[in-house]
Design a protein around this ligand. Structure first.
Ligand code: NAD
Length: 255
């Protein structure tokens, strides 16, 4: 498997450290011959992300807090200086207050619900709107979701409706941007121990349970999720849009 993304410019959003799914995707894009640009949320992450960018031979890095439309617009303007044409965007970003990722769902706060949906779902629309300015040759948008969107997962709580909204946006964006040759898809990953995932109460219990229940009798790795993202970014997936692809060792089929 080599060169699937040869000569393609890909923006990867959401690498905070080496465990981030976004980082595995950035590495896989690089391996497949794509040029990677990284965004990071805030100054406090800059040092860590600089080290990641160095591992890719000095990938361009741009700060972008997706809670702010102007910041998203500015980030794409800055990206245009090094990548005037963009072929792919990876949106691997989510956030919810820790207190809304445990206990009883009915106690979800109005603020927590709004924040989770703003950062984890609305941001895909904001990013797609700005990124399409540079996707003049068509391209692909890939976001990350989880099966808590359509079934109840203990403690996933407020992120469930946020991911349901994200997946619905994937379909609406696919319909909107398809005529311009831009495809929009999601990867629904099985649980992986990242910083975001560990905010969910008893996350490791979920990993243990799935290990004995999935058809493949194991959990997935970030590298496996990244390979699926590469496929969706590549021309091999040229007729696939508005889709949610499960990369979860088959968990979705048996629960
Ligand atoms: P992570 O903590 O490594 O990545 C989350 C990223 O979101 C971080 O880089 C963080 O800086 C960024 N972020 C949060 N708020 C932001 C903001 N306001 N502006 C810009 N960036 C912001 O965790 P991860 O598990 O790699 O998460 C990536 C995506 O994968 C998320 O959408 C998550 O829901 C999804 N996902 C994760 C799993 C899992 O088990 N880890 C499973 C399925 C889906």
């Amino acid at each position: 498997m080599s060169g699937l993304l040869h000569d393609k410019n890909i923006l990867v959003m959401g690498a905070a450290n080496q465990r981030s799914i976004a980082w595995s995707i950035a590495e896989a894009v690089h391996r497949e011959g794509g040029r990677v640009a990284l965004t990071y949320q805030a100054e406090r992450l800059k040092g860590r992300v600089t080290r990641l960018a160095d591992e890719l031979g000095g990938a361009p890095m741009i700060e972008c807090d997706v809670a702010d439309d102007d910041a998203v617009r500015r980030a794409v303007d800055r990206l245009a200086e090094t990548m005037p044409v963009l072929h792919g965007v990876v949106h691997s970003i989510a956030w919810a207050p820790a207190e809304d990722l445990q206990g009883s769902f009915v106690e979800t706060t109005r603020t927590g619900f709004a924040q989770a949906n703003d950062i984890s779902s609305y941001s895909l629309i904001a990013v797609a709107r700005e990124a399409r300015r540079l996707m003049t040759e068509g391209g692909a948008v890939v976001t990350m979701t989880y099966a808590g969107s359509w079934r109840v997962i203990p403690n996933y709580n407020v992120m469930g409706p946020a991911k349901a909204s994200l997946e619905s946006s994937v379909r609406y964006l696919a319909a909107d941007l398809g005529p311009a040759g831009v495809r929009v898809n999601a990867v629904s990953a099985g649980p992986i121990a990242t910083v975001a995932a560990r905010t969910i109460k008893d996350f490791s219990g979920m990993l243990d349970l799935l290990e004995s229940h999935t058809p493949l009798r194991r959990n997935v790795t970030a590298d496996e999720v990244a390979d699926a993202a590469v496929f969706l970014l590549s021309d091999l997936a040229r007729a696939i849009t508005g889709e949610v692809v499960h990369v979860d060792a088959g968990a979705h089929a048996v629960t």
